[in-house]
Ligand binder design. Structure first.
Ligand SMILES: Nc1nc2c(c(=O)[nH]1)N[C@H]1C(S)=C(S)[C@@H](COP(=O)(O)O)O[C@H]1N2
Ligand SMILES: [Mo]
Length: 324
């Protein structure tokens, strides 16, 4: 992939550099698939087996929340689990699928603390049962200029936040991802100041759309998608949705965030999807849907708030060019 160095010294792919599927498919998976092909030859069985190879994680039961789901065509599981941003496991889109098998997702605890009356350390199995799991089909829009449509499994983060009883001083929420160099080869790169930290305003975190995410496509999250627990904030650029979260802290002041620290002009605290506010190095007016990356596929128009208009009232009176 073509990588260009920006003035801050951070290597980031240009939005137009979409790696073709043949390149971004995980190498291990590709080899497994080739083995299956060699053993059985072509035909229907082989096609079915390819899907099985791609999607064999432990299943999770959830009921579809149709009201909060888009009816757009799903991105394939293969694309969603092989074209990833998870810099702790490497910078190329195929790196997380290839490298994240070293992530140990059990035992796993999530600490919730800060401006709360009842700080808690919650085990992942308790977290899975804290509220009924829902399936929500959300669009995910990356700041790089591509999008996917993914059936996530989880429940509104608000369920968890209510349990710890925020104090009157809680105004923002900070999310911290695991940073363990024994499990995460990408920490050697200085591309970000680890751990990966993201943040939301408390009212954004409490919005019903904000999903504490434990699975996708009917199964637990693949490691490369942020197992065992991550955030999905569908009206914001993908980088706001921190993966493999170990700590949530309610705080009185706007927290620093990893991307804002590394390139403040490019990645603001709010980072709402906004076709009218360009990234300093590229337009945000349109996007490419992963899986539709054929040579003659037209780009799609990017929608304000990624199409999630119901969040607009969170920002009334705010200049969204200034608070990007
Ligand atoms: N800890 C951590 N979380 C992360 C990232 C990362 O590099 N590290 N990348 C972000 C970016 S830029 C995007 S677009 C989404 C990608 O999620 P996906 O790979 O499940 O599609 O995860 C976000 N969460
Ligand atoms: Mo992203």
């Amino acid at each position: 992939m073509l990588i260009k160095r920006n003035p801050n010294g951070i290597d980031l792919p240009f939005s137009s550099e979409i790696t073709p599927q043949s390149v971004y498919q995980g190498r291990r998976q590709f080899i497994a698939r080739m083995a299956a092909t060699a053993a059985v030859g072509s035909g229907i069985w082989e096609m079915a087996n390819r899907e099985a190879l791609a999607q064999d994680g432990p299943k999770l039961a959830a009921r579809r929340n149709a009201a909060l789901s888009t009816d757009e065509k799903l991105t394939s599981f293969k694309d969603a689990s092989n074209y990833n941003n998870y810099y702790e496991f490497g910078l190329d889109k195929g790196d997380p699928a290839e490298n994240a098998h070293t992530l140990r997702t059990r035992p796993w605890t999530l600490r919730i603390e800060g401006e709360v009356k009842k700080p808690m350390t919650i085990d992942i199995d308790t977290l899975l049962k804290l509220a009924p799991l829902e399936e929500r089909i959300y669009r995910l829009r990356c700041v790089e200029g591509w999008s996917m449509v993914i059936p996530w499994l989880g429940y509104s983060l608000s369920h968890l936040i209510r349990q710890v009883e925020p104090t009157g001083n809680a105004k923002f929420v900070e999310f911290t991802s695991l940073a363990d160099s024994k499990q995460m080869p990408g920490l050697r790169s200085g591309v970000l100041d680890w751990p990966y930290v993201e943040g939301l305003r408390l009212d954004e975190a409490m919005h019903p759309l904000t999903l504490l995410t434990l699975g996708m496509y009917g199964q637990v999250l693949p490691n490369q998608n942020g197992a065992p627990v991550r955030l999905i904030v569908p009206w914001k650029y993908g980088f706001k949705s921190a993966k493999s979260i170990v700590r949530i802290r309610l705080v009185s002041r706007q927290p620093r965030t990893a991307w804002n620290d590394s390139a403040p002009r490019e990645y603001g605290f709010y980072s709402n999807v906004n076709p009218n506010v360009d990234h300093p190095r590229w337009s945000q007016a349109s996007e490419r849907r992963i899986g539709e990356t054929g040579l003659f596929q037209p780009k799609r128009k990017t929608l304000m708030f990624n199409g999630y208009d119901q969040v607009a009232s969170l920002y009334t009176g705010m200049d969204l060019k200034r608070f990007y």
